[in-house]
Design a protein around this ligand. Structure first.
Ligand SMILES: Cc1cc2nc3c(=O)[nH]c(=O)nc-3n(C[C@H](O)[C@H](O)[C@H](O)COP(=O)(O)OP(=O)(O)OC[C@H]3O[C@@H](n4cnc5c(N)ncnc54)[C@H](O)[C@@H]3O)c2cc1C
Length: 500
């Protein structure tokens, strides 16, 4: 019997699990994917937006502003990178300039730092900004992160402090259970309320007092499973597609460049990443189904044409990859974060589309300290174990590198030539508390395959290391899901009997 089961280990579920891991309660996190942050929390623009544009009075507006202020300290505590990149929202004509007036007022109302500058002043700071730009608002508190690394670090620390995590396990149905069958995990961990839940997955069943539904695009389906009928909200996945440009010494921009927002959202952006790549995107298009995170030629050409309106000299010959993500967009336009009116103890954290990433730390606080304040009033743990940040050899001085290599020569053996990732870093990624079990999970933690060759050189070596570390055959190593087979069989094995 668990006190709380969280369905979904995206950025939302990870922040909530981390928050609850500081309390004396028994928490289980279930995710159908092979890794933490594998869905919307993996494929997005990775921006901690400043919070000037969500509609006034919405949860999005409130939680984005708070989340943006929380991120730098949280990333610092977790030992993951947070770069305060700043951003320009640019106008190219008078009607767009009027939209900037509204954003400027909203920023002032929300106490968000904002600088109003002319097109020429903006071009002095960003020389590749289009000559068509006549005015820009600068938002210096805009940040960039690697969202999956934040989620992984949060979940590692949560697991070190007693949270249980079950990956590759899909929730299939949910029953309500009454007081008689709902046992308490500890005498003082549950109060005397009457209901609980039994969650059935493809691998087992779990009983709990409270459910937190953080299931991204599937949050409406998960709620429907527990209700036994269609819920009052529905989620329509909106796909956003991107180009990724290769790492460059002098990327085309150093700040995030937004056009003015429109009915489809923030528009198509030019986004620097922490490692000097550039993301171009996303568009916004209703996807056919909740798994349709594929790229399309039409959307990519739309992205290409759109970014040319704000930034010149984009080196499209440096594209190394395209990807797409699905926004879990709800029909109310706002986040839905509340205890169900029909199901006591069932908390929906649903319709978390943009700015869900920027808001995630504030969403977790809102769930535990406002929505479920009384129910989650568990005592604080007296001791807490902090996670160990990942060691990135590329970020170290030669002295430190030599010291580590002397101690463990695996750190001197380069596996990924594009991103200079060593065997030692890959082994660490596999052995960590929420260890990587797939090629993609290794890539998310330490980067082999993120560079120019996209794994062409290093992937077979990563497969080899995974097989050895996990004690499985190479043909059992997967890129990501159980269906993403890399090796079918050994083509060069010698059948000793036939040979004889
Ligand atoms: C194209 C795009 C760009 C974006 N850009 C930004 C940005 O720059 N800044 C920003 O603030 N926000 C951005 N967002 C929004 C942000 O990415 C999301 O709000 C956030 O990632 C949502 O996180 P989540 O944890 O709620 O959902 P998810 O990350 O989708 O996690 C939900 C989890 O639930 C699991 N799950 C679902 N069903 C089941 C089941 N039956 N059983 C078990 N597990 C299940 C899934 O496997 C998944 O891991 C963007 C989104 C997209 C798609």
């Amino acid at each position: 019997m668990y006190d709380i089961v969280i369905i979904g280990a995206g950025i939302t579920g990870s922040f909530i699990a981390h928050k609850l891991s500081k309390r004396q309660c028994k928490v289980l996190v279930i995710d159908k994917e092979a890794d933490v942050a594998n869905e919307a929390s993996m494929a997005n623009s990775a921006i901690v937006h400043a919070g000037y544009d969500p509609k006034p009075g919405t949860l999005k507006a409130k939680l984005n502003v708070i989340g943006n202020r929380m991120y730098p300290d949280i990333c610092n505590e977790l030992g993951v990178q947070y770069v305060k990149s700043s951003a320009f929202v640019v106008a190219t004509d008078a009607s767009e300039s009027r939209i900037l007036d509204t954003l400027k007022t909203q920023a002032a109302d929300r106490d968000i730092e904002c600088r109003d500058i002319t097109g020429d002043e903006a071009r002095e700071l960003e020389p590749n900004l289009s000559a068509k730009v006549i005015r820009a608002l600068e938002f210096p508190t805009t940040g960039i992160i690697y969202p999956w690394l934040v989620a992984i670090a949060l979940m590692e620390e949560a697991v070190l402090n007693g949270v249980e995590l079950r990956l590759s396990e899909e929730v299939l149905s949910i029953d309500r259970i009454s007081q008689e069958s709902a046992h308490k995990s500890s005498p003082d961990s549950c109060d005397s309320a009457s209901e609980g839940y039994r969650i059935h997955t493809d691998k087992g069943s779990y009983e709990c007092r409270y459910v937190i539904n953080a299931a991204g695009v599937y949050a409406d389906d998960i709620y429907g499973m527990a209700l036994g009928h269609k819920p009052e909200f529905s989620i329509t996945p909106k796909r956003g597609e991107y180009y990724v440009l290769d790492e460059m010494e002098h990327p085309v921009v150093s700040r995030v460049i937004y056009p003015v927002p429109g009915p489809a959202g923030k528009g198509v952006l030019v986004v620097p990443t922490i490692h000097n790549n550039i993301l171009l995107g996303p568009n916004s298009h209703i996807a056919d189904d909740k798994e349709a995170n594929n790229n399309t030629a039409d959307a990519l050409s739309y992205v290409k044409e759109s970014v040319k309106k704000t930034v010149d000299n984009i080196p499209f010959d440096k594209v190394i990859r395209c990807f797409a993500g699905l926004r879990p967009s709800g029909d109310t336009g706002d986040f839905i974060i509340e205890e169900s009116k029909e199901l006591k103890g069932f908390v929906n954290v649903a319709c978390i589309d943009s700015p869900g990433l920027a808001s995630a730390p504030a969403i977790a606080e809102y769930v535990t300290d406002e929505v479920m304040k009384e129910q989650f009033d568990y005592d604080r743990k007296t001791t807490y174990i902090h996670g160990k940040p990942i060691t990135y050899m590329g970020a170290l001085s030669d002295e430190d590198k030599n010291r580590i290599i002397a101690d463990n020569p695996d750190y001197g053996e380069i596996v990924c030539r594009c991103c200079l990732v060593s065997k030692g870093e890959i082994i660490d990624a596999i052995r960590r508390p929420v260890g990587a079990t797939t090629v993609k999970a290794v890539k998310k933690r330490v980067g082999p395959g993120l560079g120019r060759c996209q794994g062409g050189f290093c992937e077979p070596l990563v497969v080899d290391i995974l097989a050895k570390e996990l004690g499985i055959d190479k043909t059992e190593v997967r890129y990501d899901s159980k269906d993403s087979i890399i090796l079918m069989e050994m083509t060069k094995s010698v059948n000793k009997k036939e040979e004889a």
